[in-house]
Ligand binder design. Sequence first.
Ligand code: HEC
Length: 129
Amino acid sequence: MKNAIIGAVAACALAASLAHAAEKTKAKTDATALYKKNCAACHGAKMQGNPGMAKVFKLEPGLLDLKGKATAEKTDEALVKVVSEGSGKMPGYKKSLSAAEIAAVVAYFHPAAKAAPKAKPETKEPAKP
Ligand code: HEC
């Protein structure tokens, strides 16, 4: 019983911090607008992938699904890299979007990464040359 209460409290705290994080992101950049403008054509309005586009590209429709397990299991860093550099038929966005915009748009479709505990604590490493 005690555990259930602790669990509920933790879940509330997590929800509150997630809502807070979402607000902060929104204040800086409107991720919804960015997504709709740049990504929805291929990845679908609901991030489920656009089957018509998959056909045009001759791809598995699942490849455009940003809500699927395969994407959810990837790290934010890996997804930011794909969006920046591009991959296969996916265009890179580092020329058209700022790093903050790319981070915001990744957080928009990939909230799971924010909720999951970080694998290792963030340590400040000196920038590599
Ligand atoms: C012209 C169509 C197109 C547009 C526009 C597009 N994508 Fe993609 N995206 C793709 C394709 C195709 C893939 C699969 C790439 C591959 O084969 O590796 C992909 C893959 C991805 C992946 C990798 C998913 C995974 O699980 O590995 C991410 C993340 C992604 N796109 C995000 C975005 C975001 C964010 C935007 C908008 C800024 C965007 N895409 C715009 C076509 C597009």
